[in-house]
Design a protein around this ligand. Sequence first.
Ligand SMILES: Nc1ncnc2c1ncn2[C@@H]1O[C@H](COP(=O)(O)OP(=O)(O)OP(=O)(O)O)[C@@H](O)[C@H]1O
Length: 287
Amino acid sequence: MENVIEIRNIRKKFKGFSIDNLDLQVKKGYITGFIGANGAGKSTTIKMIMNLLKPDTGEVKLFGLDYKTHEKEIKERIGFVYDENVFFEGLNLKDIRKIVGPAYRSWDDALFYQYVKKFDLPLNKPIKTFSKGMQMKVSLAIALSHHAELIIMDEPTAGLDPIFRREFLNLLQELMLDGSRTIFISTHITTDLDRIADYIAFMQNGELVFNHSGHDLVENYALVKGGLDLLDRDTEKAFVRVHRASTGFEALTKDRRTVNEIFGDSVVIERASLEDIMYYFKELNHA
Ligand SMILES: Nc1ncnc2c1ncn2[C@@H]1O[C@H](COP(=O)(O)OP(=O)(O)OP(=O)(O)O)[C@@H](O)[C@H]1O
């Protein structure tokens, strides 16, 4: 399967935080959700993918190309969606079109106006008067109007109302129908990803914990509940982490089949949400 983003062996050191030997591949034609607690290193990784920040060592390739030799071509093919107004405050959408359009070889004016209409955006009002959701739509309309093959979004739905969010997720799914686009989206709203993501990349403390398909996650990860008498040093190895309470234990496993073999019907096995998974891994680190 073709990778649109390939990160190999990246290191990036800040005071008090580092990303070490990060490897991450993002597959073409799918939506990959990028999750992790505050400060996990998601934005830093996205900045390196966008070439806004240089890794200390390691390699970042987009579409198989290197920024050193193909920066312009790579940027042509990426749309970066912000939730903030990155354009001059007094400008309206007509001004933006005049400035941004000529910067892209594949800019499509008709498509731009089509999205402006679809998103209900006023052409003549200063962008500074737009709501957060409208500003995000501006960013998305621009990305789509230059036929971006890869759309990268850093927490695009933060602060958006639930109805708008749902419409936005539907739109992202619509955009995937032709099969050629790839979306890489970081978010804290993991339920959004349950709805739309094909793959989940999970980062914690500067490390990639996993990059799995939704199907693999459901097959392998699970919440397990049972009596404390079932736990001993051996059986506990089946779990990422165990929580004990007076009434019994609850644990996360990443090996559902083994749990089934060991405990059979004596435990209750439930689907683990992305939030459950993040929570149990976070606890693990603070143990
Ligand atoms: N330019 C910088 N100089 C020093 N430290 C930085 C810099 N940029 C980020 N960091 C640190 O790197 C760590 C990771 O930050 P990053 O913004 O990548 O996390 P994140 O996963 O995107 O978090 P959040 O979900 O809160 O946005 C944090 O501890 C942050 O303080």
